[in-house]
Design a protein around this ligand. Structure first.
Ligand code: C5P
Length: 276
């Protein structure tokens, strides 16, 4: 049984306040993009294993969010161990939800594989325990996200006219491959007194620049000037709107042209996608 977990991008992201549980209340719009991984579950086995392809990042099986998805269902619904095959295309530490999307896809796959017949809202509750943005990937539809990122409201947002260019430095200037989410949160000063993302998003895309703000973008760009440079380059290539996604380090530009002329060296992951 095979599926294709999609990446997401964030359109605006406000960090509203720190919560007593250590998380932050946020408001953001998440949209799925055509960049995706491939996840297959083939057979039951004496113990759960994840065979990884397309990445040299070593993550112990038990720390992989796909394993956590299996473990959660095994504990609650008594499913057997399985073998997963996971081919990675979504970069890690990118703010594109790659690990969360794989985990949500694992929940959906295992629900079908073992005929558990768990409804979507149960899968979403399970997903929210695995990661704050994980529930979004159960449906993978444009949504306004609040709370930790798990309270979702599907929205109508037709961006099908735009081509999206995703650009991520393969290595940041300090040698890291991506940005750690807790570190990114520690750099932001929460502010709940602004025009909500839900209002700004209803403006025409051509008005989003300087209005639809991702709170992580400024502090992360201060630490890594290459992020600001990518966004400036996307605008000079003709992007109608460009921003960093989530806690970074992937950035994206929305283009009206099909094939934007981009000039990034081999030190960058560059992917032309559609918003789905
Ligand atoms: O939920 P997730 O595992 O993605 O969160 C990783 C870390 O990011 C959390 O432990 C927390 O430090 C931070 N976080 C946060 N507020 C959120 C989401 C994540 O502070 N809404």
């Amino acid at each position: 049984m095979l599926c294709f977990p999609k990446a997401k991008i964030n359109l605006g992201l406000q960090v509203l306040r720190k919560r007593p549980d250590g998380y932050h209340d946020i408001e953001t719009v998440m949209v799925p993009v055509s960049l995706h991984d491939s996840l297959e579950v083939t057979e039951t086995a004496p113990r759960t294993d994840i065979r990884m392809y397309g990445t040299d990042l070593f993550v112990p099986v038990e720390q992989n969010l796909v394993y956590k998805a299996w473990k959660l269902l095994a504990d609650r619904h008594k499913i057997k161990p399985v073998v997963f095959h996971l081919a990675k295309c979504i970069p890690a530490g990118a703010g594109m939800g790659g690990g969360s999307s794989d985990a949500a896809a694992a929940l959906v796959l295992l629900n079908n594989f073992f005929r558990l017949e768990l409804p979507n809202d149960v899968l979403k509750n399970h997903a929210a325990e695995i990661g704050s943005d994980c529930a979004f990937f159960i449906d993978s539809k444009p949504a306004l996200a609040k709370g930790r990122g798990e309270i979702l409201k599907t929205i109508e947002l037709d961006l099908s006219a735009y081509t999206i260019a995703i650009v991520k430095p393969l290595k940041l200037s300090d040698g890291q491959t991506g940005v750690s989410t807790p570190v990114a949160y520690s750099l932001v000063k929460p502010d709940a007194e602004r025009i909500p993302v839900s209002e700004v998003i209803s403006l025409p895309v051509s008005d989003w620049r300087n209005k639809l703000i991702n709170d992580f973008e400024k502090p992360i760009s201060e630490r890594y000037p290459e992020i600001a440079e990518i966004i400036a380059k996307l605008y000079s290539a003709g992007a109608v709107y460009a921003a960093m996604s989530g806690s970074g380090s992937a950035c994206y530009g929305l283009f009206e042209t099909k094939n934007p002329a981009l000039d990034f060296s081999r030190d960058f992951f560059v992917h032309i996608a559609k918003i789905q």
